[in-house]
Write a protein that binds this ligand. Structure first.
Ligand code: 9RB
Ligand code: ZN
Length: 371
């Protein structure tokens, strides 16, 4: 299997500032400066592990290019793009739209490059240069709405790539599978009324955004049935994620028969993440990837593009990223030193409450028309 890989050093230069995780420093409120949760560490360290492990030699390096404003505007309102651009010109930078997603001066160019990298990955997979691809981008995208950014996301990288595949590359039906621990609300919103784009989000129930990603969110109008949510209880591990894939995500993809699968690939469902309370191991991420490849082989010639989203433990995430990339290209390099520790955690296997939650989500499958 040939796997495209996209990373650019500029992704590490996106600057969310010295937030104490989420909150702006303010000594009067007792908030000491620190680093924003969405700093460069996890992403930069995935890339460096890919190089140091030698996996880079098994991958096809594809250059990123900036998305044009026209490409970004296929998803985002002109005013949003103009505002991000204008704030990016200021020496102090700006905010994506919710007050917790700051970016530094020049942030527009980096966000356009992140969106463009996912576009370039989709182009490479669709023209057959590679079988599948991973775009290790930053800033992330899955919370960004047409009119504003949120949750550390400026532009919706995956949604922009979907529209590009449809408008330019002759693809019609696309499935987006989002296994970031947070709800992929932005992507869902963009395609909510569109029966040609199936959005599936598997996330920890009601974490971020709050009151988003429930079972009742199923799409609207002609798109009814083509938004699928799998909210999972906290503490879900490899067994629960496998069951969710086998019971909901894969059957949905098989019914929908997309021509291309995009994965919003976050690692914040990982067992050591500060922003999630799930327990997925690097072997769990390996399996999510293998199952996705299996379904893709059945329905769309294996065409899968993964776009990086969240994941905030800088020590652990690189081994999860490596596991996904190894699975995509069929190579094996170094072992994950955390694996014995996190795989032994009690509750890695499917728990009754998880089964019930997943079985409830599976009831929505019937609304996806079999192609
Ligand atoms: C709320 C606040 C957040 C925002 C974003 C994330 C993670 C995003 C991610 C987690 C918590 C603040 C709702 C601050 O990784 N996506 O994939 N919390 N944001 N104040 N309030 C009221
Ligand atoms: Zn996330």
């Amino acid at each position: 299997m040939t796997t495209g890989y996209l990373y650019h050093e500029l992704f590490g230069w996106h600057d969310p500032g010295n937030q104490a995780g989420l909150f702006p420093p303010d000594p009067r409120r007792g908030v000491q400066p620190l680093r924003h949760f969405e700093n460069a560490d996890t992403k930069r360290r995935i890339h460096e592990l890919v190089v140091v492990s030698g996996l880079i030699d098994e991958l096809v390096r594809i250059p990123a290019r900036p998305a044009t404003q026209e490409e970004i505007r296929r998803v985002h309102h002109r005013e949003h793009v103009a505002r991000i651009r204008a704030e990016s010109e200021r020496p102090s930078g700006g905010d994506a739209g919710d007050g917790i997603s700051p970016f530094g001066s020049g942030g527009f160019e980096i966000a356009a490059l992140a969106a463009g990298a996912v576009l370039a990955a989709v182009e490479a997979v669709c023209d057959g240069r590679v079988d599948n691809a991973y775009a290790l981008v930053r800033p992330p995208g899955h919370h960004a709405l047409p009119a504003n950014g949120m949750g550390f996301c400026l532009f919706n990288n995956v949604a922009i790539a979907v529209r590009h595949a449809q408008k330019v590359l002759g693809v019609r039906r696309v499935a987006v599978l989002d296994w970031d621990v947070h709800h992929g609300n932005g992507t869902q919103a963009v395609f909510y009324s569109d029966p040609d784009v199936l959005t599936i989000s598997i996330h920890q129930d009601n974490v971020f955004p709050v009151d988003s990603g429930g079972l009742d969110e199923r799409g609207a109008g002609p798109g009814l049935g083509y938004a699928l949510n799998v909210p999972l209880p906290p503490g879900t591990g490899d067994g629960g994620y496998r069951y969710a894939m086998e019971t909901v995500c894969l059957p949905a993809i098989r019914r929908f028969r997309p021509e291309l699968i995009l994965v919003a690939c976050g690692f914040d469902a990982g067992a050591m993440d500060p922003l999630g309370r799930q327990m997925v191991t690097s072997d769990g991420f390996r399996e999510l990837t293998a199952l996705t490849l299996q379904a893709a082989a059945e329905v769309c010639d294996g065409r899968v593009v993964l776009a990086h989203e969240g994941g905030y433990n800088p020590a652990f995430v690189p081994f999860c990223g490596l596991a996904v990339l190894e699975t995509l290209c069929g190579a094996k390099t170094v072992d994950d030193p955390f694996l014995p520790l996190v795989a032994a955690m009690a509750g890695q296997e499917l728990q009754p409450a998880q089964r019930e939650a997943i079985d409830r989500a599976a009831q929505a499958l019937a609304d996806i028309e079999t192609r």
